[in-house]
Write a protein that binds this ligand. Structure first.
Ligand code: GTP
Ligand code: MG
Length: 197
């Protein structure tokens, strides 16, 4: 898929205020600082469509972007950021949960995983929650440029092995680097193939 246009639509913390639309929607979520906003910029070919920061906890709202006038891309706040207050965590959790439970247009969620780290309980719990609630998702291993090919392969294999302990089937997964565009075509073509069915 070629990205011809991409535009910021709206940010909010209330799923009821998300754009009223029948367009298919694709969300990006993962631990704070995993590279969600960078990936969105890489996919859209825009330098700063989504706000990127070295400090975790940058994205705090549900952010809608309109792509090619025919689908929505959604940048969600990161989960698991230790420096966010308990109250704030609860608030995040509430509106993210509401988003997943209520957003009918949501077609697929890309769950981002930093390829350098071994499986983290918070991510595995989130995958479990998505599975229990029958919300379709794929995995995106980020920051692939930070590892040598062999180490990357080993980490991905370990991750898959961990998932196989509890899942009967592995979700689709992508290996990406926002620094050098790895995985861009794979993800965009995947979205296109779903949009066309
Ligand atoms: P929050 O909004 O805080 O949850 O973070 P986020 O998941 O949106 O991450 P963001 O895109 O802001 O990136 C966090 C940091 O990781 C930034 O310093 C990015 O430059 C860096 N980063 C993101 N993706 C990559 C990548 O593919 N390779 C490298 N080397 N660094 C990356
Ligand atoms: Mg972000």
């Amino acid at each position: 898929m070629k990205i011809k246009t991409s535009a910021f639509v709206v940010s909010n913390s209330d799923v009821a205020k998300c754009p009223v639309s029948h367009l298919p929607e694709y969300a990006f979520i993962g631990r704070s600082n995993v590279g969600k906003s960078s990936l969105i910029n890489m996919l859209t070919g825009r330098k700063s469509l989504a706000k990127v920061s070295g400090k975790p906890g940058k994205t705090r709202l549900i952010n809608h972007f309109l792509i090619n006038d025919n689908w929505h891309l959604v940048d969600l706040p990161g989960y698991g950021y230790a420096k966010v207050s308990k109250q704030e965590k609860k608030t995040f959790q509430k509106y993210i949960t509401a988003y997943f439970e209520k957003r009918q247009q949501l077609v697929n969620t890309f769950i981002l995983i930093d390829c350098r780290h071994e499986p983290q309980p918070i991510d595995l719990e989130f995958l479990e929650w998505m599975g229990t609630n029958a919300i379709p998702f794929s995995l995106v291993f980020t920051k692939a440029d930070k590892l040598k090919p062999q180490a990357l392969e080993k980490n991905v294999a370990e991750y898959k092995a961990k998932l196989m302990e509890t899942w009967e089937e592995l979700p689709p997964y992508f290996i990406t680097s926002s620094a050098n565009q790895t995985g861009r075509d794979d993800i965009l073509n995947y979205i296109q193939s779903i949009n066309e069915t």
